[in-house]
Write a new protein. Structure first.
Length: 508
């Protein structure tokens, strides 16, 4: 098949078509710029559905592979290699799904330098899709680093009062971990004679002692991106200062690049090191779950509360991944999607009320339900989803993760799961605390604050409702009927777990 007709190539690089069109639109034609970016992202989402239609859910191997020789110099064998399987397909779909929703949320929120914003956001989609589809370590690293640049500018130009501090901190943290990963990638590529991930996995036979160092080098990059405790301090700053669309895509997709990295690279490339490290990763994940929940409760800024909740929720994902069994891993992958939907929706809703009131302090809100009943109803659904109420998406992923962690031989103790289960209760505490303070308390303070800023408080309009409704559909769908999602990921996970079991038997 011709290079330019490969489905995954079209999917990854189609947003560049939108960038080219945006370049020729005048900066003062704001609506034209917005519609161009939105239509581009919607077409990209359509292409992702075309990819899904061609995907065979019963096949655990890479599919729709695009593989061409790229750089062959001085013994380096670097390929343009894209592929999708059950480990990545839901994350690809999530990226393509959240991008148009994020762009729609900027319609009135971004008024300055609209052209630059839309170009950076569209470029960011290219990088994110490339990360989830790249099957060559060199190509993966290019996409991984590429995502830093648009996100840096999105925070640094359109962010809050401390945007430069947050943008630089985000960039430096991620870059620091990436340098160690680059060294490990170079070692693997040079010693193995290829940078192809499937070929390196097939070759295996990396010395266990070297495996541990390579595992730690990759872990440095991915743990910062997740972020795992205690490498999480960049996240609240980035979330609080980022524009709403930036926060949605940061929580919904960029953080998943870290958890996906463990799933795609650490676990299959370094199985012996993974098995040895599993109890330690479970320990840090459990601390992150409890810590993130406790700190969330202490926040007075609602956006910072949601930001710290991500530390807790992604701790569950890491616990599931390193349970190293089918239940835990499938639950972790689904929970990546659930977190993107629920936390993305929370950031959208917080951004919508902030656009009117210009404050995120929980204490100045109260009684919003009577004033904004549609907003309150949607926020309640999303809040209950985030805290893992049965019947909504969050419960399904957390249940599978805890089930896997309780029976995990790799973790070695059910106490990790038992303590982590307390994080579910703590999530209910800080989520309900936030909701009660904002929507059910006396409304005098928020009315006074709104009047002080010269704004009238209104309920959600049709555009804002249309922005959130697609997320609500999937929140209920996954909560009530998760089978189609598990069917997509199950074969690939079973294959990975089987390889780990073989490695465990071979270990001394």
């Amino acid at each position: 098949m011709n290079f330019f007709l490969q489905p995954l190539t079209i999917l990854t690089f189609f947003p560049l078509v939108g960038v080219l069109v945006l370049l020729f639109i005048k900066p003062d034609q704001k609506n034209a710029l917005r519609w161009t970016a939105l239509v581009t992202s919607l077409v990209t989402f359509g292409i992702s559905l075309w990819m899904l239609a061609q995907f065979n859910s019963s096949n655990p191997d890479l599919q729709l592979v695009a593989k061409y020789s790229w750089i062959s110099v001085a013994g380096w064998n670097i390929e343009y290699h894209l592929g999708v399987d059950g480990l990545s397909i839901l994350l690809v779909l999530l990226t393509a799904f959240l991008t148009p929703i994020s762009i729609l949320s900027t319609w009135t929120a971004v008024e300055e330098r609209v052209k630059d914003f839309m170009i950076f956001f569209t470029l960011l989609e290219v990088g994110m899709l490339g990360v989830f589809l790249a099957q060559d370590l060199f190509l993966f690293y290019i996409f991984w680093e590429f995502t830093l640049v648009p996100m840096y500018f999105l925070i640094g130009i359109w962010g809050g009062p401390r945007r430069l501090y947050a943008a630089i901190k985000f960039f430096l943290y991620t870059m620091a971990g990436s340098i160690l990963m680059l060294l490990a990638i170079l070692w693997l590529g040079i010693s193995g004679g290829t940078f192809s991930v499937p070929e390196l996995i097939e070759k295996g036979s990396i010395d266990p002692n070297i495996q541990l160092w390579l595992f730690l080098a990759f872990t440095a990059a991915f743990a910062i991106k997740v972020p795992m405790w205690p490498l999480h301090s960049w996240l609240p700053d980035a979330h609080v200062e980022a524009p709403t669309a930036g926060s949605v895509i940061l929580a919904g997709v960029l953080l998943k690049m870290g958890t996906y990295g463990f799933l795609r690279f650490n676990i299959p490339l370094f199985p012996e090191a993974t098995i040895k490290a599993a109890p330690w990763i479970a320990l840090f994940a459990t601390i992150g779950i409890i810590y993130g929940a406790a700190v969330s409760y202490a926040q007075s800024d609602v956006k910072k509360l949601v930001a710290y909740s991500s530390v807790s929720h992604l701790g569950f994902v890491m616990l599931g991944l390193f349970a190293l069994n089918s239940q835990g891993m499938q639950g972790a992958i689904l929970q990546m999607i659930n977190h993107g939907l629920s936390t993305g929706a929370l950031f959208l809703l917080v951004g919508m009320i902030y656009e009117q009131t210009h404050t995120r302090e929980i204490k100045v809100y109260g009684g919003l339900w009577k004033v904004t009943p549609i907003f309150g109803s949607i926020m309640l659904i999303v809040a209950l989803s985030s805290m893992g109420l049965p019947g909504l998406n969050g419960f399904v992923g957390e249940f599978a993760i805890l089930l896997g962690a309780f029976g995990s031989e790799a973790i070695g103790s059910p106490w990790f799961a038992g303590i982590s289960a307390a994080g579910v209760i703590m999530a209910a505490i800080y989520i309900l605390y936030m909701f009660q303070k904002m929507f059910l308390g006396p409304q005098g303070e928020i009315v006074e604050e709104v009047k002080k800023h010269g704004h009238g408080l209104r309920d959600l309009n049709w555009r804002e409702i249309a922005t959130v409704v697609p997320l609500l559909i999937f929140i209920f769908w996954i909560g009530l009927y998760p089978a189609p999602f598990f069917n997509l990921i199950s074969p690939a996970v079973e294959k990975l777990v089987g390889a780990l079991q073989i490695a465990a038997v071979a270990m001394p």
